[in-house]
Design a protein around this ligand. Sequence first.
Ligand code: ADP
Ligand code: MG
Length: 259
Amino acid sequence: MTVISARGVVVTLDGNRILTGVDASAGAGEWLAVIGPNGAGKSTLLRTLAGVLRHEGEVTVDGAPLGGMSPRERARRIAYAPQQPVLPSEVAVFDYVLLGRTPHLGYLAREGRHDRDVTRDVLRRLDLTGLAGRRMGALSGGEAQRVLIARALAQEAAVLLLDEPTTALDLGHQQQVLELIDGLRRDDGLTVISTLHDLTLAGQYADRLLLLVDGRTVAEGPPARVLEAATIARHYGARVRVETDPDGRPQVRLVRPGG
Ligand code: ADP
Ligand code: MG
């Protein structure tokens, strides 16, 4: 079943056509990774799917148009961790992650025990318990990125949109975050759409890749089909070698010209 679907998305920013008719969809438990060179429109597509950007074309969640939903209704279905978030520097980490619970609270209601339990659990799963009392402004880049993901997970929405969730993370935390998300989609049927600039990681975790170039889809399908050396050379201007893991997942390596 398709959970989130975008059809014919066109986005114009400051008079520039950024997306020129993009389709994207993902079903329950599915992970779609949006890849493409810098400036291709990946973040723009995620912002459109999150419902925070004016666009032409239709985005639906469980068949219901996003355009007809209140922000609160939307936030109960879609959690979004942007690439360039504005983080409140004086708020404590725990309180920031707890804000993810807002769409579940009654009108004027305060967070209850369950909301704090969810928050604590997410902090623990992301290795952030020790930072719960720290103010946001005193976090390292990688810590702040994990806190942003924690807030999105605390939202407990069926659709998770993650824009470059691992760029600032060390190897161990990259693996921890990606494995955690992979587990959530397997166990809870979470639908994940992420951008990932590391092509090998994208190919290791996603079921399908969507390659965006200049605001349009140039390839879509299983990782082994999209991550071909010739495709990458053409669209990224990079020389790579693609090797295949025993499980059929591609590994993309840069090779030096002449090497
Ligand atoms: P990506 O995430 O793939 O790197 P983005 O979606 O962030 O790309 O941006 C796609 C293109 O849109 C880029 O060329 C960027 O410069 C341009 N862009 C983004 N925001 C605006 C804006 N407000 N006005 C004009 N152009 C924009
Ligand atoms: Mg981006």
